[in-house]
Structure formats: C-alpha cells, structure tokens
Design a protein around this ligand. Structure first.
Ligand code: BGC
Ligand code: NOJ
Length: 817
C-alpha cells in the first residue's frame, strides 16, 4: 500500500494523506540554518548545531509521535470554526491534503470548508532564516473573513539544558515585540549575542509570546484559547515558555488568493553593538531589519525559492543516469544524492530518531558519508576532512565524534573504537580521486585542535596506519578496542550494571579481543595509502604499505577464515565469533563485505564461497541481515549486540549500511544480477508499494529494517541519518553502473544485470561533462570490449583525463562477454 507517489519531474515525493505510519520528514536548509519538517509541519529549527543553538522546541518521542512544529491555524470568523491546513495540530479532517517534500523545501496544503490553503517552507541560500509562505484561496461563492494564527515555541538555545533545567529556565525567557516582529532574546542580556525573530508580512491584529496565555490553562496546541476565541491576547513572556504567534485577519472575495509570509530567523550582533541605545537592554535591530524587510517582500521570497531550485539542479546535475530501472534512476538522480547531502550536514545529529542533543559529527560516519557527497561539493568535503583530521589524537586514534559549533572532539560516546582512524584514509582518497586536489595532503592540520601540533595531513594518514599496527592481538589481527564499525560488538565491556553505556564501559584490558573486520579495513586503507605514497614519489614507503597490506591479508586468510566464510572476531577469551562452531552468531555480514572489498579471497575462491554463504544464510527478501543465528539471550562478553531482541538493530536486523558492501563485493566478482538484486531489495522506492510494512519514508534509506527473527520483519526504523545513504550511492553509481573517479581518469566498468540492454549517464568530472552511453548487446554482466571517447578508441576501460575543461565529452562503451 502507498501513502503518496513520486513526482520525478518536480523532484518531489507527494504524500496524499496526513496519517502516514510514521512522520515522513524532510530537511530545510543546506548551509548554517537548518530545520526538520514532517508531513504535518512538525519539527524544529536550529543554527549550525542542533543542541547548542536550537531555535524552536520539539517534543521528542511524544504521543502523537510528532509534536511541536511550524503550525498555522485558520479560523472562519463567521462561525468560529478553526483548523490547520497542515492537519496537525488540530487534526480536523481536511480535504485534498497533500505534502510535497522537495529538494530543501516542503509544501503542505489542504482544503477545509471551501478554503484552500497551502504553505511553502524553505530556507533561502546564504540566509539564516526560514520562510513560510502561506497562500489562502477562497473557493466559496461568497466572501469569507478569516483569521490566521502563526505559532512557534522557542527553545532556550541549549536544547539539552532546555529539556532538563526547569528550575532556572522557567525564569529566564525574554522577548521583545516591535512593529509586529517578535524577538526571542533569552540570555541575550548576558553571554549571548544572538537572538531569534518571528515576523509577518501583514500588519498583525495581535500577537502572543507567552505559551500558557496563548493556549489557556490546561489546554494544548489542538485548541489554543486565542484561536478559539478569535483574538490574540498580546501577551509578553517573562520567564515560563516564550512562543511566537501572530494574528492576521484576511477577508477574501470569492476565488481570491491572498499570500502571507512568515519569517523565522536567527541573527547575531557584534558583541559591542548588542543594544540600541547602547546603554539599554533593547536589542540593536539595525542589521536585522533590512533582512526581515527583504524576505517579507514576496518577489524576493519567490526569487530566493528559484535560487534554491537552481542550487539543487546544479548539485544533482553532477551525475544523472537513465537506466532500465526506475527505482535506480529515481534514487540516483534525486533522492539518494539528496539524502547524502543531508548526512553531510547532519551526520547522525538531528532527525526524528536522533534528538540533536546526543550526538555530534561522527568520525567514522562523516568519513564514510563523504563517499556520497564529495562529487557534489568537493570544496566542502575538503573542509570536512580537515575538520575531522584536526580532532584526531596524536596517537593516530580518534574521538568518536565532534561538535559542529565548536569543532572539538568529545568523549560522550567514548573513543578507542579501533576502526575509526582508518576511515580517514578512505575519505581522503575519495576526495582526491574526485577532485585531483593533491594539495590537501600538505595541508597543515593539528592534533586534538591543539595549536602548535600541526603536521601535513599526509602525516595524519600515516598515523592512522600506525595506530592499527601498534595494536595487534594474539593472532596479529587488529585489536578491536571498544568496538569496530559495529558499535555494539563490545568485546572488552562485560557490562552487568543497568545504565552503563556499552560504548564507554571497559572492564577488560583489551589485549585479546581482535576484529577480522578491522583486518579487512586495514588492507583496504593500507592499499589506498600505498597509492597515495606512490603518487607522492615515496616509493619505499609505498612498498612498506603494500607489504603491510599483504601481511594483514595473509593473517586474515590464516586466522580470519572459517572454512566457508570470514570470521567476525576473537573475543576476550580468544574464542572465535562468527564461526560455524558458535551456537549463535555463526556468520556476520561485515567481514564478508569488507574483506572482499579489500580484495581478500578474490584469487582463491574464498570470496565466492563467502558470497554464497551470505546468500544462503543472511539474505532475506527485505535485505541482508547482519548475522545469524540471532542472539537469543544476553552474552556478557559480547555486549550491546546481544542486548537487542532478535531481529532488531545490530542483533540480526537488516542493518542497511552493510548491504552495499555485499552489492559491491558481488559487482567486484562480476555478478551484476546479484548486485542489482540486493540493491533493489532495500531501495526505498522499490519498497514504496509495501509502505504499510516498511512504514518509513519511501524516498530515503533507513538505518535498519527488522530482520527475519523479528515479529515485524520488513519494518524500517531510523530513517535519513545513516551511512546507508553514501554506501548505496557508491555501490550503484561506482560499482554497478561502474562509473568510478580515479586519480588518472574516469573508470567505466559496469557490472549490470544481463537483461539490461545498456544505460546512459552524464557525469561532471574534473571540469568536463561526460555523456556516457553503455551498450550491452550481448546480454552480459560485465566486460568492456571497447570505449570510444569523442570518436577515438581508448585502451582498457579508463577514460583518461582531458587536457582542457568546460567540454562535453562523448563516451561510448560496448560490453562483451
Ligand atoms: C546503536 C548503534 C549506535 C551506538 C552509538 C547503539 O545503541 O545500536 O547503532 O551506533 O548506539 O550511539
Ligand atoms: C550507527 C553509527 O552511527 C555507526 O557509526 C555504526 O557503524 C553503526 N551504527 C553500527 O553500529
């Protein structure tokens, strides 16, 4: 069953009933000011950091699920009837409801008693504000007199403190209201130089800023007292809960449409120009007024919306494909690329499943996310790599995450995840392959953000490798530390106390438990660094990395192979995990994926065996589960992985992030049918028709789909912020379609289903646009017979770099068996 449909032309998903199984959300903003918005206008906004600069409040994990938002009420002044065009918060039944989630904007509209209303929400490029453009049309035969009430609830900036420290916060809230603009200035008088504002393009007939006056005692947002009685109270908040609400009265002739713009924004003043007059406590509005005026004017708001659309056309235009599979085209051309940009901005911080107060930018996460966005915004990828590397520890290790506002690493989820540093090499290599910018390796970057510790980025990468080599265990495999990619495989934790964090508790000295996964990852990273060293003219060093990779490969083959598949780990007792000899957790997906990606077992048939085992033991129609058999009880020595009920999350859920590793492994093995089959099993668009089972948004990947051991097999959770986005993008574009940026050119090595007669793609790369046509007349999966570039045949399957830029280059590719 579907709850809407794709509108690919407009790059929108159109939801046509408000009661989706879960809130189906979208993101506003792509630079510094951001918002999350659901299909019923729920969500919140923040400047840069969802925890430290939160503008509006949100009620997490509420009933109804999604509560707190950008709500508008309309009231018919003749009979007092009122409703919300976005359905929430009144939830009065509306007609012709639709929510169009697009690239950086959302339009929600409906009709109630002959009144059509639609709200467009977006953040103009380069601005720290959001526009809500309300248009109301009177579809009745007679004139109508309406009042519109806007509403936001301000958060007192630090969202964590806001949600916990009431004894203080109930006394700190402050606002100013001037010419209809509501200014939220809590703590502005002391250590803040920023404030929020909420403005309206019409002269309001009233306003409210104190929540409990607007709502009335013992009332909720469904029926605010001000709306019910039809006039605002003009309340001024002192302490308690500051809100912003305007009342705008509109009279519309039959068929008339009126537009009203509301602006919610963030503004900073220089420290010494905070007040006007300087000795007062009144906000200096000199620099904010022109911004407000500009965007309250409809032509300017319209122009900003056009600019936003152009921006997304440019970004998505870097790669567009035309294949026989609509689900592939739609995800590659629109939604998967868009989701990758969202993970670039948010990492794992703010979604409807991440509160925005718990986590910053993940070290391993952001490095992997890079794979999905580097081609669209290489300059920002560069900045991200440098920011990440600057939080690296001098040991080569990493803080697990850092806060965007401060760019400092923190230990909230611990550190000592021994895979973390290796991802920095993969991220950096991906950046150089895309951009050709070798200068990044010479960029001076500090350790732990300490001035005076700067070394070239290349030195950071060397330390990443050393970090692993200095932490090998009894089998010479890498020690796992707190965990590897699988945060929940906590082999040194042994936690038996409620409330302990599995990620920060360590009861073992960590000298025994080893990870085969990190072994595979090390081989992959060491090979990448060997290439970088070679290109820098460091041949000796290159050979050292090659030798280190070979040695680790031999170790993995000797101690990390179980007979039919790769082992997962050795636990703190030195016992195998992910082996046929285990009762539960016999086979895990991660080492099968990463070891094959690293090239291990390709020559001797072990890769093929491992892939067969995955197909036989882990694959389900809804995707590939993380391991089998699921852990049916808690194992003290395995940690959080066994704390989840079977089938959920890391305990045998379909942890989507890992599935593309298998798709890539299949592609590397030449199995185009298998690769695309796995791709489509978790492709959200391909699952749209089972939305009642899948339940999350059909336009973005979730982190997890319940595995075969779960009673809700097939149900997705934790949509949007997941490495799944970047890895699926890499799997389909670079390995299945096979268009792969490399140092010396664009590799074209498709591994597609036999049934595909070919596909087309346009790819911008190093200043040129490549128009690629792949023809598969022989019905094969793989094998480039001939590549013709602008009429000239080139050897092999690498399209070499062009010697001039700004051109469109025609690339014709013929496949053979
Ligand atoms: C989750 C993991 C997550 C970890 C760190 C665990 O509870 O299952 O997916 O990576 O927490 O936040
Ligand atoms: C989510 C985390 O953000 C990611 O870093 C980790 O690899 C996966 N969970 C698996 O545990």
């Amino acid at each position: 069953m579907r709850y809407g449909q794709f509108d690919d032309k407009r790059r929108e998903y159109v939801i046509n009933r408000p009661d989706t199984p879960l809130p189906w959300i979208n993101y506003l903003g792509c630079e510094a000011y951001f918002g999350i918005i659901s299909n019923t206008a729920g969500g919140y906004s923040f400047y840069r950091d969802a925890r430290l600069r939160r503008l509006t409040r949100y009620r997490y994990n509420n009933a109804p699920f999604d509560f707190g938002g950008r709500y508008i009420y309309l009231r018919d002044r003749a009979n007092g009837d009122f409703w919300s065009p976005t359905w929430q918060p009144t939830r009065r039944p509306v007609e012709r409801y639709s929510c169009r989630h697009g690239m950086g904007y959302t339009i929600i509209g409906s009709t109630f008693a002959g009144i059509r209303a639609e709200v467009l929400y977006f953040v103009p490029l380069g601005q720290n504000l959001e526009i809500w453009q309300l248009s109301v049309t009177n579809e009745r035969e007679e004139p109508v007199s309406l009042s519109a009430f806007s509403s936001v609830e301000f958060c007192l900036w630090d969202a964590w403190d806001d949600a916990t420290n009431f004894q203080r916060n109930f006394s700190t809230g402050q606002v100013e209201v001037e010419q209809g603009v509501i200014y939220h200035k809590t703590e502005y008088r002391e250590r803040r130089n920023h404030f929020a504002y909420f403005a309206c393009s019409e002269k309001p007939t009233g306003f409210d800023t104190q929540r409990d006056v607007f709502l009335g005692p013992y009332r909720g947002w469904e029926a605010p007292a001000a709306v019910e009685r039809g006039s605002s109270f003009n309340s001024i908040a002192y302490g308690w809960a500051p809100i912003g609400s305007h009342q705008v009265d509109l009279t519309l002739h039959p068929k008339e449409t009126r537009n009203v713009i509301f602006l919610l924004g963030y503004h900073e003043n220089p420290q010494d120009e905070k007040f006007d007059p300087p000795q007062s406590q009144t906000i200096n509005k000199r620099t904010v007024r022109p911004v407000i005026e500009k965007y309250l004017a409809k032509p300017n708001a319209d122009a900003a919306f056009t600019e936003l659309k152009d921006h997304w056309n440019r970004l998505l235009g870097v790669l567009q494909v035309d294949t026989p599979s609509i689900d592939t085209d739609r995800m590659v051309n629109i939604w998967n690329a868009y989701q990758c940009m969202v993970t670039f901005n948010m990492s794992r911080s703010a979604s409807f499943y991440e509160s925005g107060i718990g986590r910053g930018m993940g070290f391993r996460d952001s490095n992997q996310d890079l794979l999905g966005f580097v081609h669209m915004i290489p300059e920002r990828a560069r900045e991200r790599i440098v920011d990440l590397a600057a939080t690296q520890l001098a040991t080569g290790g990493a803080f697990h995450q850092y806060q965007t506002l401060t760019k400092r690493g923190n230990n909230d989820i611990g550190s000592g995840f021994n895979d973390d540093p290796l991802w920095l090499i993969l991220g950096t290599a991906a950046y150089i392959k895309e951009s050709g910018d070798w200068s990044i390796l010479d960029e001076m970057v500090p350790y732990e953000n300490q001035a005076g510790t700067e070394t070239p980025l290349y030195d950071h990468l060397q330390r990443c490798i050393r970090y692993t080599l200095e932490r090998l265990g009894p089998h010479e495999l890498p020690l796992i530390g707190r965990a590897d990619w699988n945060d929940c495989l906590n082999l040194n934790c042994f936690s038996d106390t409620p409330g302990q964090s599995f990620q920060t508790t360590t009861n073992k000295d960590g000298k025994v438990a080893e990870s085969v996964f990190i072994g595979g990852l090390f081989v992959l990273a060491a090979k990448e660094l060997a290439d970088l060293a070679y290109k820098r003219g460091l041949e000796q060093e290159c050979l050292c990395y090659v030798a280190a990779a070979e040695k680790m490969e031999a170790t993995v083959l000797e101690h990390g192979w179980d007979g039919e598949w790769f082992l997962r780990a050795y636990d703190d007792f030195g016992h195998k995990l992910g082996s046929a000899e285990n009762e539960e957790g016999k086979i895990f997906i991660e080492p099968q994926g990463i070891c094959i990606l690293a090239g291990i077992g390709q020559r001797d048939g072990r890769a093929a065996k491992a892939l067969a085992a995955v197909r036989e033991r882990l694959a389900t129609p809804h995707g590939i589960v993380l391991q089998q058999p699921a852990f049916s009880r808690y194992y003290l020595h395995l940690g959080e992985i066994s704390s989840y009920p079977p089938g959920y999350k890391e305990n045998a859920g379909i942890f989507c992030h890992t599935n593309p590793w298998i798709m890539i492994a299949e592609a590397m093995s030449g199995n185009g049918d298998e690769a695309l089959d796995y791709y489509l099993r978790i492709n959200p668009s391909a699952r749209e028709s089972i939305s009642e089972v899948h339940r999350c948004e059909p336009y973005v990947y979730p982190q997890m789909i319940a595995g075969r051991d779960a009673p809700t097999h097939g149900e997705a959770k934790n949509s949007w912020l997941s490495g799944t986005a970047a890895w699926n993008y890499a799997a389909i574009t670079q390995w299945i379609l096979g268009i792969r940026p490399e140092y010396e050119g664009l590799r074209i090595d498709p591994v597609i289903p036999r049934s595909w007669s070919g596909f087309r793609a346009t790819r911008q790369f190093r200043g040129n646009s490549y128009a690629i046509e792949v023809r598969n007349t022989q019905g094969v999966c793989r094998g480039v017979k001939k590549i013709v570039v602008d009429g000239v045949e080139v050897p092999g399957n690498l399209v070499p770099l062009a010697d001039s830029a700004g051109r469109t280059i025609q690339v014709e590719v013929d496949l053979e068996g």
